[in-house]
Every structure is written in C-alpha cells, then in structure tokens.
Design a protein. Sequence first.
Length: 125
Amino acid sequence: MTTPVSVSTFQVKSHGSPDEVRTPAKTRVEVVKLEGYTIGRFNFQPGWRWSECIKPVVKTESCQLSHVGHAVSGRLRVRMTDGSEKTISAGESYTIPPGHDAWVEGNETFVGLEVMSADVYAKPA
C-alpha cells in the first residue's frame, strides 16, 4: 500500500503575484512555491514553439523535462522524438516524457498548470 503524501502548512498563493516569472520569447511562466511543491502557470502565445522560444534558453536539442499538468485554455501540439504526436486541448490533463518539441495550435494562447517541471522550466542552461 502506498503512503499518502501530506502537507503540514495551510497556504494560499496567487499566480497573479507569483514568486518568480520567466519570460522567454512568446512565453510567460508564473511560478508559485508552496511547501514541498512548485506549481507553474505556463502561458504560450500564438506562434510559440519550444524549438524557437525555449531551445535558445536551455540549449538542448529537444525538451528534456517531464511534464504533468492540466490545460486551462488553448491547444498545444506535442511531437516526441520518435515522431508520435498528440494535441492537448483545454480541459485535458497530460503527462509528457522527455524528448519532445511542442507548439501552440491556432490563435488562442495556451495556458497550462504544471505540477512537475515548473521549478526548472525555461531557466537558462
């Protein structure tokens, strides 16, 4: 049986007043740090593409982070290095393993809440 995860501090924070903000091209990552957890609100504008906007910052050939999150608005297309692709749409939760590119589909900003990679996403190498 798995032991449930627990917290000991009651906290409430707003992504409207984040602890940290990162703003590479067409990107806004709003980071909130809570006891033992970091939650990021990722905002990718229309025309955003990982290989064009984030790759120059992190200096890897593909995104090497694992992602767990929930899409709040917009659509994000993800292509794995093996060529498989999926679209993440508003209202869907997702996991993405390392080794991928991604881009915003359409003219709506993609907003996702990330619970796994927010502490390091879009930080300079």
